[in-house]
Design a protein around this ligand. Structure first.
Ligand code: NAI
Ligand code: MG
Length: 487
């Protein structure tokens, strides 16, 4: 049996260290950003809340088909008249300017992201916003070098891109989508997720501040039906989607038989594999980062821990001890490790799957932690005694819930890791370089991290196998996804 202290006894207690929200100015209501201006939507409105308090933050417009059409027309006009004709070196200047403004307004963006999404300020401040800006810097550098992108000597943009993003990394996913599209000479209509639209609307303001020609970027808020209208609009040349596998499949069905290009970044159930020769303390940090980063709302989260049987007990004891030190609570507190679950709906899903995990025979453990009364919260949780047949080993939970399985040989680790309909990422922890390379070749996953996890860089392509989707974002492949080859 694993012995874990009832309550970790810290050497000292952390005093509250809240980041001020005074820097953020949230309007009572927002319109849609079409053709360089904020305009009223034609249909209903909806509210966006702070998931840590359930306080209503603002009222947003839900774009209907008419609005989507206006946005696509604006994007088409900007594409033919301005953006596709502009020399790449000129487009680059706009992208560099946007990147710099994102840095200058980084604190404002980070606070707003944490308020609207529930993620800890230390993550939005140190990861989401800087990595988002880094994508604009990186792709700005490509805008005047497209002939070296491996797509022929004179590659052409695709036209108007419809982009639909999820709620887990709102501004970062926006950057992954918009930066390469614009660098390649496309114009975009982007729909943020309905629970996390505020940083996209602030980005719209940044486009105005950067004097980006009207219509190059259009931001339309709304839920599934808005996304559907964008996907089926006849004048959209490319759809880029990140979200659930279910909606990804429905998008693939909608565009089948049309000329639209598609990239899909869908779900995952990544194996994080720890061998008996791994540095265990380091591996524990990697496991914690793999599953508790961003409350586990991460498509490439290391949600299946595969641990070699001989070290399972020791590793789990260390892991539980470490989990007892995680601080759950106010996302704006600089000491917070785990913030709020993004929505009541997502919390329900995490609870349901965790209950199913117990009912199917998994052993559930969470450290004692005081959760705030209002808002949506779930404690860091680990399941042991999980088998391949359990739903919590197969389905994406998208929350701070880790399923643990054991293995005896490298071949068994590979077998178990690949036994999933997904294939987005994987982690390998071992001291042996040769084993890392062998494992990386065997694992059917778009990204394999070795002795680390959840590292993101604009130069590095990211994407999936199987039901995790197709196409790559980031790096050169991410640029190629927005270009027509000329060879
Ligand atoms: P979702 O796939 O419904 O939403 C993602 C985006 O697609 C949002 O902007 C949404 O408004 C839009 N959308 C919804 N229906 C659409 C349609 N028919 N056509 C076009 N766009 C549409 O994801 P949801 O419901 O927020 O989360 C459900 C589950 O999906 C999560 O529990 C998680 O397991 C998974 N998920 C995975 C993500 C990933 O990055 N791999 C991101 C978000 C969710
Ligand atoms: Mg949905």
């Amino acid at each position: 049996m694993v012995k874990v202290p009832e309550k970790a006894t810290p050497f000292f207690a952390y005093a509250p260290a809240p980041e001020s929200r005074a820097i953020v100015d949230i309007a009572a209501s927002y319109g849609l950003f079409i053709d360089g201006e904020f305009v009223e939507g034609h249909a209903k409105s909806f509210k966006t809340i702070n998931p840590a308090t359930e306080e209503v933050l603002a009222e947003l417009s839900e774009a209907d088909e008419t609005d989507v059409d206006l946005a696509v027309r604006a994007a088409r006009r900007a594409y033919t008249r301005v953006w596709s004709r502009m020399p790449g070196s000129e487009r680059a200047k706009y992208l560099f300017r946007i990147a710099r403004i994102m840095q200058e307004r980084g604190r404002e963006l980070a606070v707003l992201e944490s308020i609207d999404n529930g993620k800890p300020i230390k993550e939005s401040r140190d990861i989401d916003i800087p990595v988002a800006a880094a994508h604009f810097f990186y792709y700005a550098g490509w805008a005047d070098k497209l002939s070296y992108a491996g797509q022929g000597v004179n590659p052409q943009p695709l036209g108007v891109a419809g982009q639909i993003i999820p709620w887990n990394f709102p501004l970062l996913m926006l950057a992954w989508k918009i930066a390469p599209a614009l660098a390649a000479g496309n114009t975009v209509v982007l729909k943020p997720a309905e629970t996390t639209s505020l940083t996209a609307l602030l980005f719209a303001e940044i486009c105005q501040q950067a004097d980006l020609p009207p219509g190059v970027v259009n931001i339309i808020t709304g839920a599934g039906s808005t996304g559907q209208a964008l996907v089926s609009h006849p004048d959209v040349d490319k759809i880029a989607f990140t979200g659930s596998t279910e909606i990804g499949k429905s998008i693939a069905r909608t565009v089948a038989g049309t000329k639209k290009r598609v990239t899909l970044e869908l779900g995952g159930k990544a194996a994080n594999i720890v061998f008996d020769d791994a540095p265990l303390d380091q591996a524990v940090e990697g496991i914690v980062n793999g599953i508790f980063f961003n409350q586990g709302h991460v498509c490439c989260a290391g949600s299946r821990l595969l641990v070699q049987e001989s070290i399972a007990e020791e590793l789990l004891e260390k892991l539980k001890r470490r989990m007892s030190t995680l601080r759950v609570g106010d996302p704006l507190d600089k000491n917070t490790d785990i913030g709020a679950i993004n929505s009541a709906e997502q919390l329900r899903k995490i609870r349901t799957l965790s209950e199913i995990g117990e009912a199917e025979g998994g052993e559930r453990w969470s450290p004692p932690c005081d959760l705030p009364e209002n808002g949506f919260w779930f404690p860091p949780t680990v399941f042991t005694g999980v088998t391949q047949a359990h739903r919590i080993a197969r389905e994406e939970i998208f929350g701070p819930v880790l399923s643990t399985l054991t293995f005896r040989t490298p071949a068994e680790a590979v077998e178990k890791a690949n036994n999933t309909p997904f294939g987005l990422s994987a982690g390998v922890w071992t001291d042996k370089g040769s084993r890392i390379l062998w494992m990386a070749n065997q694992l059917r996953a778009g990204v394999v991290w070795a002795n680390t996890f959840n590292k993101f860089d604009p130069t590095s392509p990211f994407g999936g196998y199987k039901e995790s989707g197709y196409g790559r974002e980031g790096g050169l492949p991410g640029l190629a996804a927005y270009l027509k080859g000329t060879d």
